[in-house]
Design a protein around this ligand. Structure first.
Ligand SMILES: Nc1nc2c(ncn2[C@@H]2O[C@H](COP(=O)(O)OP(=O)(O)OP(=O)(O)O)[C@@H](O)[C@H]2O)c(=O)[nH]1
Ligand SMILES: [K+]
Ligand SMILES: [Mg+2]
Length: 445
């Protein structure tokens, strides 16, 4: 991969569409514009132009051309955008023409963003935020990603990093002037600041992984005895017949998942086999899978048949499943069991009664646990690992006695902590990380 090449790619999705955008970035972009349009477009102005084959002069399409001279562009290089008709043939011929241009070649996946990073346009958390924004399917995901693209996370980490660099500077003084008596106050000050930082990092890490969960989706697992109406509930919420419903107890054996947008939050709703002791080997395997899925669920929803008094015993079931929400189903039936569990939601999958209330309660649960907070949250395991390394280094630092131990050793811990934070935003040692970060990108982004 050569950074001196001018790169190009279709930046909109492949396939038929009203408009397609082809992006060209690099030193030859202005020349390419001249060769295709017969003139150099004004900077940052959309201009209508007929795009012609530079060799034959044949008109290939007409559209809008936009030139963003460096450094005021997405990549920080000269960027040309061609907005043409979104036809397979138009795009194909233009890409072919571009391939024939001197020093031009197709972009690698994520290469535009990679150049933006190298030219200091984005830090790594912003790059990741951009990937998340492109992948976002719900409103809450969009907001979280948008915030990260705006630099909220990067600013937080850079701020911590700067405070640690100042601590390191204090320590340097102790190393450089070993004979001078470093006043106890200075030592206390340094230790105090490290302690405060460690506590802030810990609080930031102790977030029940809300940012990561919002990226991947919150799992809501439906549990209960056979025939309680779990599959009926899944179908009702999914608004399609995703799971088989029947009056035969033990119908569901496989774990069935549907994806929902619950008030802006991505939710994976999971239907499971009814929990009971069974001789049937296949059903028993279903029950085993239910237990496994319940164990790593974000939210557990226990469904109970309201028309059967006390069987199976709710207390036992609740103990096994530790539900976040209890639902009494089939309230349309005669002889509905009373009294109801106080916190429970009463519904009927048959009539749809109570389902709005259930959705409200579920939405509130999801928001409370995974909703956006004032402070920016970390969104990736990569951030969590680096922050964990940083906290460990600060712990090791605090375990040292600054007046006895060699200050060099203590300073080394701080340097390591600074490095860990720098890895998140890409301020140091980034090369090995880049592949991981850019792997998720597709061509043209
Ligand atoms: N009257 C009434 N019947 C319901 C209601 N919800 C479900 N049923 C019936 O209850 C039976 C069992 O429903 P399912 O959705 O298959 O129950 P399940 O919990 O998925 O059952 P398993 O998969 O066997 O564990 C079916 O005959 C449904 O039509 C309801 O609200 N009212
Ligand atoms: K059933
Ligand atoms: Mg079922």
């Amino acid at each position: 991969m050569n950074d001196r090449d001018t790169i190009f790619a279709l930046s909109t999705a492949a396939g038929r569409a009203g408009v397609a955008v082809i992006r060209v970035s690099g030193r030859r972009a202005p020349l390419v514009a001249e060769r295709l349009c017969g003139r150099r477009p004004q900077a940052r102005r959309a201009e209508r132009a007929v795009l012609r084959h530079p060799g034959t002069g044949e008109a290939l399409d007409d559209g809008l051309v936009l030139l963003f001279p460096a450094p005021r562009s997405f990549t920080g290089e000269d960027v040309l955008e061609l907005q043409v008709h979104g036809s397979l043939a138009v795009v194909a011929v233009l890409l072919e023409v571009l391939s024939g241009e001197k020093d031009c070649r197709p972009a690698e996946p994520g290469e535009f963003t990679r150049r933006a990073f190298h030219n200091g346009k984005l830090d790594l958390t912003q790059v990741e935020g951009l990937a998340d924004l492109i992948d976002a399917t719900t409103e809450a995901q969009r907001r979280q990603a948008r915030r990260q693209v705006d630099g909220a996370l990067g600013t937080l980490y850079d701020g911590w990093r700067e405070r640690l660099v100042r601590v390191a500077a204090h320590l340097e003084v102790m190393i450089d002037f070993p004979d001078e008596d470093v006043p106890q106050e200075t030592r206390d000050l340094v230790a105090g600041q490290v302690r405060m930082l460690r506590d802030e990092l810990r609080a930031h890490l102790d977030d029940s992984r809300r940012g990561e969960r919002l990226r991947h989706g919150v799992s809501v697992v439906i549990l209960g005895a056979p025939n309680a109406g779990k599959s009926s509930l899944l179908n009702l919420l999914a608004q399609r017949e995703a799971a088989i419903v029947s009056e035969i107890a033990g119908t569901t054996r496989d774990v069935i998942e549907v994806h929902l947008d619950l008030g802006g939050y991505p939710v994976t709703l999971v239907d499971t086999a009814g929990l009971r002791e069974t001789e049937d080997r296949i059903e028993a395997e279903g029950v085993r899978r239910t237990r496994a899925r319940a164990a790593d669920a974000d939210i557990r929803l226990l469904v109970r048949d309201a028309s059967i008094p006390g069987i199976p015993d709710l207390a036992t079931m609740a103990e096994e499943t530790s539900p976040d929400l209890v639902v009494y189903n089939k309230i349309d039936r005669e002889g509905v069991a009373t009294p109801f569990h106080e916190e429970a939601v009463r519904i009927s999958c048959r009539t749809g009664a109570g389902v709005d209330t259930l959705l409200e309660r579920l939405g509130a649960l999801v928001r409370a646990r995974f909703g956006l907070t004032e402070a920016p949250v970390l969104t990736r395991a990569r951030h969590r690992r680096a922050l964990g390394d940083c906290v460990s280094a600060l712990e090791r630092f605090l375990a040292r006695d600054l007046s006895d131990d060699a200050p060099e050793l203590a300073a080394e811990e701080i340097r390591f902590a600074v490095g860990s934070l720098g890895r998140i935003t890409g301020r140091v040692d980034v090369e090995d990380l880049l592949d991981v970060v850019f792997r998720d990108f597709c061509i043209g982004k």
